[in-house]
Design a protein around this ligand. Structure first.
Ligand code: ASP
Ligand code: MG
Length: 431
């Protein structure tokens, strides 16, 4: 017998952020298409990842401020659990044990690489959210098989930005999930987004907002019929509603447009998500969990580019200027050396302008990485300046737009680039 087609749903933090949202998950599941197997890939609840990141600022887990920060994360989940469950005690105990691991890891901080420690602590958010969700589905008589994503997603040991080992992952997914899906009445599969493990079983994470990517990896390995990202917006809009007034829905996008927009910084999906879906021709829907029957955005290979300009904002950028007055090093040497230095520091480059003696780069990276990069640039004898914060605006499908009222009132313009369909502007961010 041929097994049923598989759908993959990705539920982001907002779709599981409070008791109401968890009730809404039941509604989503009730209205799912019949005769499909379903895989649910779930993020940490609400802003939990930020809460866990905050714990990492403390060197001593017994510091009362650290204990308070931990309590906040615990209480946030406990409130959801005590509101929803008539007998919450056992689940609360399991949650406590799991979250206490964060403090145990902090205890060992001095012996550990920070990025490794980060993955061990921050991955607890997804573990707790799926622990709660599994019990919630069971309480509501929805058969569910909970899987630890670390048994499915195999990665290398690039902590905080792990690279997927595709053949290892495909093998694990087949081994663990195929037997389940060969049954017509399989339970739905629930697993964590964002996390994976090395071959030694050490927990890794795929980069912030990486749950979309997890869902795409599983979709690819399962040859899913479709993947849906459930959001708190209608779909992909032509501007972030937090930044621009009344953005409009883009009903259809090609994979190319979607990957370009995600790369430029559209936060509606993680840029790595598109590649596996494109390679396996799996259509992606981006839909509102508040109005699950509304059409949302459909991403596939068959669509035309959006007819309207799309405005994408990336904040927290830095402008680096490297000036070299020694003519011997003029031209490409400086640029390639600068790019290499950025890569070594895991700093991302979004825009480059160079001349014989000068390179200007719009980059993004954590403060400590930028600081150490600056130190090395100075040690190399470069004339180096760094200006931040900057804000990068990309107008995708800009056509022949010249003056843009939406961009009025920004800070001082420091860099600008334009090509056939893209207009990028880097402003000083007013703080
Ligand atoms: N929880 C992770 C984050 O907030 C991953 C995700 O939600 O996609 O970055
Ligand atoms: Mg997200």
């Amino acid at each position: 017998m041929k097994s049923l087609p598989i759908l993959v749903y990705k539920l982001g933090g907002a779709s599981v952020r409070d008791p109401e949202a968890l009730r809404n998950v039941l509604h989503l599941l009730e209205h799912r298409p019949p005769h499909h197997h379903l895989v649910l890939v779930v993020s940490a609840m609400g802003k939990t990842t930020n809460g866990l990141e905050a714990l990492l600022r403390f060197s001593d887990p017994n510091d009362p401020a650290c204990q308070r920060a931990w309590r906040q994360v615990y209480d946030f989940h406990a409130n959801i659990v005590t509101t929803l469950f008539p007998e919450p005690e056992l689940l609360l105990r399991k949650m406590d044990t799991l979250l206490t691991e964060a403090l145990d890891w902090l205890e060992q901080r001095n012996r550990l690489d920070f990025d490794f420690l980060y993955d061990q602590v921050v991955s607890l958010g997804e573990q707790v959210s799926t622990l709660i969700l599994a019990d919630w589905l069971e309480l509501n008589k929805i058969p569910v098989a909970w899987f630890d994503a670390r048994q499915l997603i195999r990665t290398d040991a690039t902590w905080r930005e792990a690279k997927v080992n595709w053949s290892g992952t495909a093998h694990l997914v087949r081994r663990h999930l195929a037997p389940l899906f060969s049954r017509p009445m399989a339970p739905l599969v629930l697993t964590q987004g964002f996390i994976g493990a090395t071959v030694e079983g050490k927990t890794t994470t795929l980069g912030r907002e990486g749950s979309d990517y997890s869902a795409a990896i599983l979709s690819y390995c399962l040859e899913a019929k479709g993947m849906t990202i459930w959001k708190d917006v209608q779909g992909v809009l032509n501007g972030d509603p937090k930044e621009f007034e009344a953005p409009e829905l883009l009903p259809e996008l090609s994979y190319q447009d979607a990957i370009e927009m995600a790369y430029f910084g559209a936060t509606v999906m993680h840029p790595k998500t598109l590649q596996p879906l494109h390679d396996a021709c799996i259509p992606l829907e981006v839909k509102s969990f508040v109005q699950p029957n509304a059409p949302g955005t459909h991403v596939s290979s068959r669509t035309k580019s959006p007819a309207k300009p799309c405005y994408i904002v990336k904040r927290r950028q830095a402008l680096l200027t490297i000036f070299q007055d020694d003519f011997r090093f003029a031209t490409e040497g400086l640029l390639s050396e600068a790019l290499q230095l950025l890569q070594e520091h895991r700093v991302k480059v979004h825009m480059v302008q160079n001349s014989a003696l000068r390179v200007e780069l719009c980059v993004e990276g954590e403060s400590h990485r930028l600081d150490s990069l600056a130190e090395q640039a100075v040690a190399k004898g470069w004339n180096f300046t760094m200006h931040k914060p900057m804000i990068l605006i990309t107008v995708y499908q800009a056509g022949d737009l010249k003056q843009e009222p939406k961009l009025r009132g920004m800070g001082q313009l420091r860099m600008e680039q334009r090509n056939a369909n893209t207009w990028r502007l880097l402003f000083e961010e007013e703080v």
